[in-house]
Write a protein that binds this ligand. Sequence first.
Ligand SMILES: [Zn+2]
Length: 360
Amino acid sequence: MIDSARLPLVELTRNGLYLPDAELYLDARSAPGTVFVSHAHADHCSVASRILCTPETAALHSARRGARDAVELRFGERLRMGDATVTLQSAGHALGSAMIVADGPRGRVAYTGDYKLRPNPFSPPVEIPRCDTLVMECTFGEPRYRFPGDVELLAQLFAFVDETRALGATPVLLAYALGKGQEMLYHLTAAGYDVVLHGAIANMCQLHETLGYTFPGPGRWSRYRKGDIGDRVLITTPSTRKTAMVQKLEAKRIVYLTGWAYHPGAFNIYKDCDLVLPISDHADFDELVRTAVESGASRIYTVHGMPGFSAHLRSMGIDAEHLAEHPNTATDGGEDEPPDGAGAGSGEGTAPGAQLGLGL
Ligand SMILES: [Zn+2]
């Protein structure tokens, strides 16, 4: 007879991570039951027939990947699932992004999804979940990925924009369509810059506004129309930097916004850019360590990132294990992915840390 009290609070099934007490899959691309979708980036969207997420993620998921039967749960609301009670809390990664906490008869388990502790204008402040077992992402789980503060990074970004405009050129910012694109627009318009957006980013911004999340003035934004940028700032997606839209701009300077700026190969990987700034929507190394420690968890599983991070936690006396590749490997080129040239695939097997042998 199986002693269920000894079964783990988290299982890795062929459909991905599973919480047996809550009968819930975590960010699974497909699964026979209900899937918790932490946020609406493509590598977390699901084709399962039933999903659990915040109302904002449900709307974004519907716009990006088609409507699903969605159980919508607001931050702090409680829902009975199986033998557990689940709540969602802010993850600070993008609009609607959430961590999940499941309280069951055998203890409390939390899953972070992608997150950051630094402020996001479209997310409530993030609190580190206290729990017995923690499942956490570790995208930037190496010590080289310690990012400067937002004030310093935005000052550098604004200086780049000002210098570029003083040269009579167009500042081109490369940022992902959901999350960083809106964060950058928010800060630029608040600082008085007028901005033109690539259509994919503009679509997401319109949806933000429909959901009640607006962008401050005095700067204004509009959708890109050919030949109509003027002296405004252009925000476009990284995948467009080789297209005519960017290439045919007569005078331009390009800044790539990514935490992979600190990748040892960044100089070559981003050599077509004038600047790479480590503006990220993920936790940096220190935030990851802080999360592990302050969660109070007696057992930690790391996913979505660098296997060496779990070894670092073990060196700190924390019971940690890296779970093998997450099955949900679709990507929209988000920051979860190592940069070009650092491994073409997704998942932990190709993360830069695996190749560099940093010996955490
Ligand atoms: Zn993400």
